[in-house]
Design a protein around this ligand. Structure first.
Ligand code: SAM
Length: 203
């Protein structure tokens, strides 16, 4: 299975919907507590999928670049942009390293927020990706990720440890890092309890 195979049913998946709702509420609280306003901000939604988080950011933020390497996920997002008139969202399937060369103007102004909702644990090079993402942030900007916590006892272990997140954020030069349980949302007899990782680019 590739991410393209998940695109058609993604928006109907109650887990994905609940996760993105909780992530947005978490981000709103975080922006307030860190004093980095979401209103009018430039945001990069890295690994945006079909845009479940992007569509919540759009009415608040000034501009959003929504990036995902799955063409089908981004196609779903493009349909929403047309349907809902999300004129401040620019979708792209270009990988970050290529985007820097192919569409430098998209990145030139830098981002107040880089958000990664359930993406980082799926990356081949998590540490390298964080380093690249920090390069396109504005000084004072917030890097925010939500990911499943690694359970080594699980049948198919998946996710990140708190230590891995602290190390990746710190190695990329982010300050005021914070790693904790992001939210607790009951769903179908289990409780979704992902991790939140946050860091701020030095001014
Ligand atoms: C679990 S989905 C989350 C989608 C979306 N953020 C959400 O919360 O609904 C993970 C997404 O990460 C994307 N992804 C995986 N590797 C990526 C990469 N290197 N660059 C950008 N996106 C990537 C996948 O295509 C997929 O859409």
């Amino acid at each position: 299975m590739t991410w393209d195979d998940y695109a058609d049913g993604w928006d109907e998946d109650e887990g994905a919907r609940a996760y993105s709702r909780a992530a947005f509420e978490c981000l709103t609280r975080l922006a307030d507590s860190r004093g980095v306003p979401l209103a009018g901000a430039r945001a990069l939604d890295f690994g945006c999928g079909t845009g479940l988080l992007t569509e919540k950011l759009a009415p608040v933020c000034g501009a959003i670049v929504a990036m995902d390497t799955s063409a089908k996920m981004v196609e779903r997002l493009r349909q929403k942009i047309d349907r809902f008139g999300l004129t401040n969202v620019v979708p792209t399937t270009a990988a970050l390293e290529k985007l820097v060369h192919q569409e430098p103007t998209l990145l030139a102004d830098g981002f107040d927020f880089v958000v990664c909702s359930s993406v980082c644990a799926f990356l081949d090079d998590y540490f390298g990706a964080v380093a690249n993402l920090v390069c396109v942030m504005k000084p004072g900007g917030l890097f925010v990720q939500w990911d499943w916590e690694l359970d080594r006892e699980a049948e198919e272990p998946h996710g990140l440890t708190r230590n891995q997140i602290v190390q990746a954020l710190t190695a990329s030069g982010l300050k005021n890092t914070q790693v904790e349980t992001a939210f607790e949302v009951p769903l179908g007899g289990v409780t979704m309890r992902p991790l939140l990782g946050v860091g701020q680019k030095p001014t």
